[in-house]
Design a binder for this molecule. Sequence first.
Ligand code: PEP
Ligand code: MG
Length: 576
Amino acid sequence: MNQLKGIAAASGISIGPAYKVGKEEFIIAKEPIREEDIPVQIQIFEEALIKTRREIIDLQKRISFEMGQEEAQIFDAHLLVLEDRMLIEEVISRLKKERLNVAFIFSEVLKKYVEIFLKIEDEYLKERIADINDVGKRILRHLLGKERKAFEDLKEKVVMVAHDLSPSDTAAMHKQNVCAFVTDVGGKTSHTAIMAKSLEIPAVVGTESATSRIKTGDMLIVDGSMGVIIINPDEETLNIYRKEEEKFKGVAERFLSAKDLPAVTLDGTTIKINANIEFPDEVPSVKLHGGEGIGLYRTEFFYMNRKDLPSEEEHYEAYKYVAEQMNPNPVIIRTLDLGGDKFLSQFEIPYEMEPFLGWRAIRFCLARPEIFKLQLRAILRASVHGNLKMMYPMISGIEELKQANKILEDAKEELRKKGLAFKEDIEVGAMIEVPSAALTADILATEADFFSIGTNDLIQYSLAVDRANEKVAYLYNPAHLAVLRLIKNIIDSAHKANIHVGMCGEMAGEASLVLLLLGLGLDEFSVPPQVIPEVKYLVRSVTLGQAKEIAAAAMLLSTGKEVEEFTQAKLREILK
Ligand code: PEP
Ligand code: MG
């Protein structure tokens, strides 16, 4: 019996035989061609592009139908690769010059592209290598006349084990055939992890050595909640995990029963449970999972996968739609937060050594007030159609908040002059995701109507751990006392100033920490739609007094590990 540790990417437990997918390599012969064959080779290439395009669009439609628009949008990047003029022209010009078969030329050009991308020190661009490889392999398959081996051929439920999985590989894993997956590389926020969450199957990523230590047919236990894989377990371990698996399923069903009930503690305190969204078409999912509002609408995705900038009208229509759909429930629009690992092709952002510490979010917006103001005008105009609020990302001090509010005032003035309606007293909040903001929350509270704690960033900045780097993922701990003390300070400062404080980072959906956060006095939890029922259920399971006791005891501990163990034990006790 062997154990392997990785990053817990999607929770749950699954047991099944391993199915290892190798890195698909094509052996492509180099064949000289005659000059008169060049047009035929170009035609073969164009047909392969058309077939690949059709294949991706079909796949996109299927994914959109089965899993939703957001997952399907991942393939937009694949379609863009197919339209890359430079790549296409390079293949054709080399074909003419070198007079070799098009499959060989294409594979050479593809390799060159991948090498160029590999050299770029940018995590987001590096992720694009997977897209280029994925599309490249599809094109090669058509050039070589090979048909894709579908995962659907699998007759029994398996645990997919791979070095890495492309988005289309992950999407092709039908629920019936794949019960979990394990990869050598990747972090919690990789495409693979996002897809696993949507498929509702456990996943462990970033194991580094899964493909070298696991053989097809090995029996595996995948614990996606703990990030553990057990290879060829003995009967006793199997029995323990089978029981755990049943328990996990039972608990998930229990949570779902709470989705439409109010989020009220046993002693009558009402807590807000909102949703995080990236796209307007997620609104139905928010409603389906019992979301009471939207606590974080990440608007930067609006700027992605397109060549031009969204116009004020486009912004306005999207915000109006979400506001109307959720009305009278609140919708908090987070203004543009690009930079860090979110790269937008329309803006020429210079290469930075430390993009997370660089020119991102509000810093970019304050330096580009015209771009910022366009979005602010659209939010303001949409505010008359529902209960819209807004907040700024990455505020690091009061000066930035004042500057942003000043630009907001200018935007209001412009609308007044044009006679366009907007809500004069729209609530404006600050995201608290930088330690300097957390420590000066009392000062920031004088300029903000509410706070929303962005723990994804707050944790990386306070613990000096890059949130996208699997090598240091073991240090990324929401339960670290430094993080908890900062959160406590933010909540206490907000309450002293009589303002509302929510949390929209992933930490708000970490089951074992929900009670602790409740006990620290958090007013609102904003989590991915699928997580809403669980958080509601937990809030409904305790009195505020119990939660306060848990928080007070946890704050006296010394390490994140102790806090985790303590809160998990309390959670088990309460859910028993
Ligand atoms: C956060 O940092 O916690 C947050 C919600 O923002 P994002 O994940 O978009 O950086
Ligand atoms: Mg953030």
